[in-house]
Ligand binder design. Sequence first.
Ligand code: CDP
Ligand code: CDP
Length: 214
Amino acid sequence: DGRRLVIAVDGPAAAGKGTLARALAGCLGLPYLDTGLLYRVVGRRMLDAGLDPSADASGEAATLRAEDLARGDLRTPEVDRAASRVAGQPAVRAALLQFQRSFGAAHGAVLDGRDIGTVIFPDAAVKLFISASHRARAERRWLQLNAHRSPADGEREAEIAAVEAELVARDAADSGREVAPLRAADDAVRIDTDRLDADAVLAEALRIVRARVG
Ligand code: CDP
Ligand code: CDP
């Protein structure tokens, strides 16, 4: 009976969590929630209000409105940083917890983020921890944002190096914070995606799901 099946997909930035979680949800007929978007909405609101994202964001800024999740301006480098800063605030995490739990409890779901297997759904039937080298992640995130451009090799290398530095800094902040730090749950299955394309990662994840829940 997979009606309330919850699958947690965690890992560092640009490891391929969202690509996998969306595909898994499609294959299994489950709803999908990108929990990073929730923190991005709060970070975006702080920036729009001219506030420092490290300042207290527990009030109005952390009130979720469904229409905010569809905003198109949530994936800029500035919002990457703002999301990570608000995500370090315990009150913000508390304000977003119930939305995530209710989403998963209603019909089951695949959720991707940083603390799904450790905090949001510690009893999830399947927990996956997706990783890849800094270099692979930086190349992928660069390509995701620059698929329409073809800069000269040197320029491209410099841009990828800058993306890598941002990823490393954000991972350090996410792993080092006191509340819900990024880490693999003890019972998570790790998938290193360096040498796997998205289809191969999906096939591996489906094998793990079938082994766990039949
Ligand atoms: O959600 P997360 O930040 O972990 O990563 P993503 O947005 O799913 O993936 C980042 C980029 O890497 C996307 O453009 C994916 O298509 C690509 N990707 C890949 O090239 N190989 C994989 N095995 C997984 C993702
Ligand atoms: O796509 P990418 O992996 O780059 O980022 P994201 O998943 O959209 O998450 C943006 C930021 O939100 C992360 O750097 C974390 O600080 C925070 N986040 C979190 O703390 N907990 C989650 N469950 C999801 C995201």
